[in-house]
Write a protein of this length. Structure first.
Lengths: 272, 300
């Protein structure tokens, strides 16, 4: 994405001169406060919204407004919406997951194969004939991810995937994202949960009022007070705790802050 | 309860003068009681028609066979000259949907309550004629006029109601045994325009989304004393409906974005599980259709 600008009908610029490049297998956290432009950014990446200026490239080729290019973009970059109810339109899980592949005009056997594989990956075997609207929040989220997986994208954008999920389902989601990342799929997650972002991502892109104010290693982002202040972010709990311990033990810093509680234990042992 | 009361009133007016009062009164009371009991409110999860269709034992029958059979039976029903055809079809569809399909009788009656209520209101309107003099077999004097039930009106109303009930039963058979995604496939193969199919499907899907939204907003308003008195209730109801309109518009936009993000172009497509038509299924469908046709011709 190069120098992309987008504004809605109210004339307020939602994206201002945004540029970003995504590489295969990356794990990226998109951070920023409400109204910073994260969701608009995702919708532009997926081709639902057409920027007023700027260019979008897919595997080195510019994406034009032609139907063919837009279809390729939407197939390659899948978007999981924040609210599963915004995404789910079918009466059964099987039909819901078949929606994307059927839009790609694939033959029946291929659609059946993709559905089976997606449901298996998301631990939804046996859910084929279940009605999505009667599933729990976590199950709906898994259905919405399976929906996108069936299109076999190269990259998946997840808009606030942990919103309204209980801790158990957040853990399940994290395991799912780890599996997808191991399979080589590029993942970008928009979230307000900085602890989750710190655990999940290696890179962070920070938005503020439609602009990208930081795009670097996630550790560097959380080390920058100016960026955190401008974006209205807090430091992850483990990161802040590690920083505090390091101020009490000067000369014993490790450079890498622990991201998980297991790492924190080792971190403390190293410090003391 | 309203359906039961309306049905009692209509049945009473329809058969007044045709059977003795000693038999008619208990018949009406019994029918009303049965409908009240069968249509009683149950504190269980409200299942959409689509979910009931998915769980029906007849959902595995070829959808094209069900669609064209239901359509043929409906056509025969509305063109019949005798109410026996409509009553026969109502009974046949009840047996097919409830006993063969496995739907609970309570759910079936509950779903039929709304169209039957409208049918009964229309029946009352058809039964009573406004005259200057009491010329019918049963008359009520009100507002300076006579509202009379005549024999001709009874026969006419019986025919219209039987046709309507039979046709609605056929539609319910189709919708309660055939998931929407399969109906889309049938309509597409019948060369129905894509825009019509999509409108039909999305309107159906949105009814339930809006109902859920409405219930949530109403509960929220109730918890904040939004219905504490009449004036407050009116104001709350107005605010609720205007907000519902705005939210539904926003929801529709989000849904459309989600569809577009998955390469939706035109034409909603889902995977169809097309079952073959077996000999027995075809034979039953043809037999019911021919029987209905014979009844219609014999009682012409």
């Amino acid at each position: 994405m190069e120098h992309v600008c987008f504004r809605y009908e109210e004339k307020f610029p939602a994206l201002r001169d945004v540029s970003a490049t995504f590489y295969e297998g990356e794990r990226i956290a998109i951070l920023g406060n409400n109204g910073a432009g994260k969701s608009t950014f995702f919708l532009c990446c997926n081709g639902v919204l057409h920027p007023q200026s700027g260019k979008i490239f897919l595997k080195g080729q510019e994406v034009t407004d032609s139907k063919k290019d837009i279809t390729l973009l939407r197939q390659a970059v899948g978007l999981v919406f924040q609210e599963p109810d915004s995404q789910i339109i079918a009466g059964t899980v099987e039909n819901e997951v078949s929606f994307g592949p059927m839009n790609l005009r694939l033959d029946r056997d291929e659609v059946v194969r993709r559905i089976a594989r997606s449901l298996e990956r998301m631990n939804l075997d046996g859910y084929q004939k279940r009605a999505p609207q009667y599933l729990s929040g976590g199950e709906k989220k898994r259905v919405s991810i399976a929906d996108i997986l069936a299109m076999q994208p190269d990259m998946i954008l997840l808009d606030e995937p942990t919103a309204s999920l209980d801790p158990e389902n957040v853990t399940l989601l994290e395991q799912t994202l780890d599996d997808l990342s191991l399979a080589g799929i590029t993942l970008a997650v928009s979230t307000h949960d900085v602890d989750f972002a710190f655990r999940f991502a290696t890179r962070a892109i920070v938005f503020s009022r439609g602009e990208v104010i930081a795009d670097s290693d996630i550790g560097e982002v959380f080390a920058s007070e100016a960026v955190l202040l401008k974006a209205g972010l807090k430091k992850p709990l483990l990161y802040a705790a590690a920083e505090l311990l390091e101020t009490r033990s000067p000369g014993k810093t490790t450079g890498q802050k622990p991201r998980r509680i297991e790492e924190f234990r080792d971190y403390i042992e190293h410090l003391y | 309860m309203i359906t039961a009361i309306l049905t009692m009133a209509v049945v009473w007016c329809l058969f007044y003068g045709r059977i003795s009062l000693a038999a008619l009164t208990p018949l009406c009371v019994g029918l009303g009681a049965a409908l009240s009991w069968l249509g009683r409110h149950k504190h269980t999860q409200f299942l959409t028609i689509d979910v009931l269709a998915q769980t029906s034992r007849l959902s595995r029958v070829n959808p094209s066979l069900k669609f064209w059979t239901a359509l043929a039976l409906m056509a025969l029903c509305v063109s019949a000259r005798s109410p026996v055809v409509g009553i026969f079809l109502t009974a046949a569809m009840l047996i097919s949907t409830v006993y063969i399909g496995g739907l609970e009788l309570h759910d079936y009656v509950h779903l039929l309550a709304l169209p039957v209520s409208f049918l009964m209101i229309s029946g009352l309107a058809l039964l009573f004629e406004v005259t200057a003099q009491p010329t019918g077999i049963f008359c009520i004097h009100a507002f300076g006029f006579w509202f009379c039930v005549t024999t001709g009106a009874q026969i006419r109303t019986m025919l219209v109601m039987a046709r309507a009930l039979g046709a609605v039963s056929c539609l319910y058979f189709l919708s309660l045994t055939t998931p929407m995604s399969e109906l889309i496939g049938v309509l597409r193969r019948a060369r129905c325009p894509d825009v019509v199919i999509e409108l039909m499907y999305l309107i159906y899907r949105y009814i339930f989304i809006l109902l859920t939204m409405y219930h949530t907003m109403r509960d929220s308003a109730k918890s904040r004393l939004g219905y504490i008195d009449y004036r407050t209730s009116i104001r709350t109801t107005g605010n609720l409906y205007s907000n519902l309109l705005a939210r539904s518009y926003r929801q529709a936009n989000r849904n459309f974005d989600a569809m577009e993000s998955r390469c939706y172009d035109t034409g909603i497509r889902f995977l169809e599980n097309r079952e073959r038509i077996t000999g027995i299924q075809a034979a039953v469908a043809i037999a019911v259709t021919i029987l209905t046709l014979c009844l219609s011709l014999l009682l012409y």
